[in-house]
Write a protein of this length. Structure first.
Length: 244
């Protein structure tokens, strides 16, 4: 595909760029969206597994589901889209990466200061005292571990249905949207608010907004540029053009 010359021109002048990424970026690393459970888990409703009510009513079941998803994440590798994004961080004065993905593949690819709007699936925290337990959980843990400090149940550091986004990460995302020259919406359906509103904040503040997605989405028609392709295909092409 051809990247519009006009967009490259704008990007070459841009000082501040922000990017929101979603499930499409990780899909190419073999990670399905959690709305689309696989294998034994197809019979469960993700909204029930990924919620505090689901966890309280059956902690072991929800823990097993997360262990299953972690096993997939631990096996996954960043794809060319992740690497291109990490490289883009070095091409502008300021590049803010905002992700809805919980798999940490952006960081594995070398991205830094990632704003994780939905938390991450690697770390855990105590449901009662909120203490963080960083690092990989042993996949051998079949039962929900207990907090070594207070004995509370340990839960994954992901944002569940019905929970607020991490306040500081979202505030930083809004600020980045307000102050950027170009805002990219990559591999995200544009349907989950408040994250889906970020490109429009950017547009209202004068930025050009760009969608990278193989499919038409509910926000496509509002975009200044639409690049119809996967992030692993489109983003390396942009990086190549910017470096020349
Ligand atoms: Zn605790």
């Amino acid at each position: 595909m051809d990247i519009p010359e006009k967009l490259i021109e704008i990007l070459k002048k841009a000082k501040k760029v922000a990017m929101l990424t979603g499930a499409g970026v990780s899909a190419e690393s073999g990670i399905k969206t959690f709305r689309d459970p696989d294998g034994l888990w197809t019979k469960f409703n993700p909204a029930e597994l990924a919620s505090i009510d689901g966890f309280m009513s059956n902690p072991k079941l929800v823990w097993e589901w997360y262990q299953h998803r972690r096993a997939i994440v631990f096996d996954a590798k960043p794809n060319p889209g992740h690497f291109a994004i990490a490289e883009m961080q070095n091409l502008f004065d300021k590049f803010t990466l905002i992700t809805q993905n919980v798999d940490r593949l952006h960081q594995t690819a070398g991205a830094t200061n990632v704003l994780e709007l939905h938390g991450n699936i690697i770390d855990n925290r105590c449901l009662d005292c909120n203490r963080n337990f960083e690092g990989e959980t042993s996949l051998a843990d079949k039962f929900v571990p207990r907090c070594t400090h207070c004995g509370g149940l340990i839960r994954p550091c992901v944002v569940w249905f019905g929970e607020m986004l991490p306040e500081e990460a979202f505030k930083q995302s809004e600020l980045a949207a307000m102050h950027c020259d170009v805002f990219f919406s990559v591999g995200t359906s544009g349907e989950v608010y408040p994250a889906a509103g970020l490109p429009f904040i950017a547009q209202n503040y004068g930025a050009k907004i760009v969608e990278v997605n193989p499919n038409h989405t509910s926000v496509s028609n509002s975009m200044d540029f639409v690049l119809r392709g996967t992030s692993s295909h489109v983003l390396p092409l942009i990086v190549e053009k910017l470096k020349n």
